[in-house]
Design a protein around this ligand. Sequence first.
Ligand code: NAG
Ligand code: NAG
Ligand code: NAG
Ligand code: NAG
Ligand code: NAG
Ligand code: NAG
Ligand code: NAG
Ligand code: NAG
Ligand code: NAG
Length: 335
Amino acid sequence: MFSSSITSYVIAIIAFLLHTSAYGQDRTINAEINPGCNNCSLESTLVYIRAEGQTDTIHQVWDFTRGIPTIILAVSGTNSTMQIAWDGIRPVNFTMNETVRYSFATAIDKLDLLPYKDYATELPHLIHTANSTLVDISLVNLTTSRYYNSSRFALHLVLVSTDSATDTMHNVMRKSLDDEHTPGVFEIIEIKTPASLSSEAGGFVQFRPVGYTQRARNVGSSTIAHVSDFNRTSLPDWSTLKTFYRGFDEGNLLVQDMVVCFGEPGDGFYKRYNYTAWSYTIGYGAPPIEGFSLFVIVIISVGLGVPVLLALSGVLYAVRRKYRHNAHTQLTNED
Ligand SMILES: *[C@@H]1O[C@H](CO)[C@@H](O)[C@H](O)[C@H]1NC(C)=O
Ligand SMILES: *[C@@H]1O[C@H](CO)[C@@H](O)[C@H](O)[C@H]1NC(C)=O
Ligand SMILES: *[C@@H]1O[C@H](CO)[C@@H](O)[C@H](O)[C@H]1NC(C)=O
Ligand SMILES: *[C@@H]1O[C@H](CO)[C@@H](O)[C@H](O)[C@H]1NC(C)=O
Ligand SMILES: *[C@@H]1O[C@H](CO)[C@@H](O)[C@H](O)[C@H]1NC(C)=O
Ligand SMILES: *[C@@H]1O[C@H](CO)[C@@H](O)[C@H](O)[C@H]1NC(C)=O
Ligand SMILES: *[C@@H]1O[C@H](CO)[C@@H](O)[C@H](O)[C@H]1NC(C)=O
Ligand SMILES: *[C@@H]1O[C@H](CO)[C@@H](O)[C@H](O)[C@H]1NC(C)=O
Ligand SMILES: *[C@@H]1O[C@H](CO)[C@@H](O)[C@H](O)[C@H]1NC(C)=O
């Protein structure tokens, strides 16, 4: 759960329909908000996306109903469907009418303060395909206790995949030749599931090791994103992950977590700007190397006020400018 110091978080969602000619693989994408829920207000937000391909369909669930931002991918047959049962405002049962061939999920289950931690030690430009989603997180004006005035925030990321429970996720660092949009940052970190490492038929998380301390993302506002090792853990109680994976064999469910934190020496800690932003791509298949077919963007903003509208318009503008030439976009905007 997010700590109680967080008074609100706001989500805004953009879904883009696109053609993925770069890969010769088209997926028909449909997005719905709170499907099957008769009594949901805007307080509960679950976005369901069905991306139907020629050989399989990727079902995506973005869930914000329990305070733990969660993204679940489930790969199943082309004609497979997912039904969601609700208890009024929260999903309580996910039913697929065909077997799930593979599933991968991430959730941000905790936001931690790291007091007095310092490190001895710039805008991510990540690529999206029909199989992946960009997640952008901003931590804005979080009220921090004065006892923690020299502190930074850390994101706890839970990773789940339908791989053997005794296996492990892999952290693979790749060098990129392109730093056009991330000046000075040539590294790309890929967290790969065992299936992704061995055959690329698995889940991955991809990001540049960089966060931003101001809304304007440039070299001057960038800071280092540190990534911890993986620890084995279990599905968080009362989470949508727990609900979704209830029927799965536990021996066949790899659950690990990792911590991502931000900062470098002498940067004045979080309170210097009261702002930290980070983004990552989550997907299925081969992590993208090049090609620019944008699928979807999720924006999660944690903090006071409603900074999201500003951020959103900025993103929209950038994205529109970028993709105007090569993609027809359909916008589903919820707020
Ligand atoms: C999916 O449904 C379509 C149309 O009903 C059908 O032509 C196709 O054979 C089905 N595919 C599978 C794998 O069942
Ligand atoms: C799942 O439901 C879809 C849509 O109703 C149908 O086309 C498909 O055949 C179903 N799959 C199975 C295995 O029943
Ligand atoms: C629907 O929401 C209203 C108000 O929140 C509540 O009183 C009612 O019991 C809910 N109905 C169901 C079926 O959950
Ligand atoms: C979930 O739904 C399926 C199909 O409707 C049903 O068989 C199962 O018992 C339900 N599980 C729970 C925990 O409600
Ligand atoms: C927090 O900042 C105040 C004022 O700058 C200072 O007096 C206090 O000692 C600091 N607290 C800690 C725990 O560093
Ligand atoms: C992993 O677990 C060890 C021992 O419980 C702990 O010291 C360490 O901080 C944990 N690492 C992460 C990333 O949670
Ligand atoms: C950040 O928030 C803290 C505590 O609310 C405040 O003392 C500080 O001045 C703020 N910094 C900025 C740059 O707004
Ligand atoms: C997307 O997934 C399909 C199979 O689900 C795979 O064949 C294809 O290579 C993937 N695309 C990318 C770009 O990874
Ligand atoms: C954050 O706090 C600063 C300084 O108090 C204020 O100018 C800014 O509008 C706040 N941002 C949001 C999103 O509330």
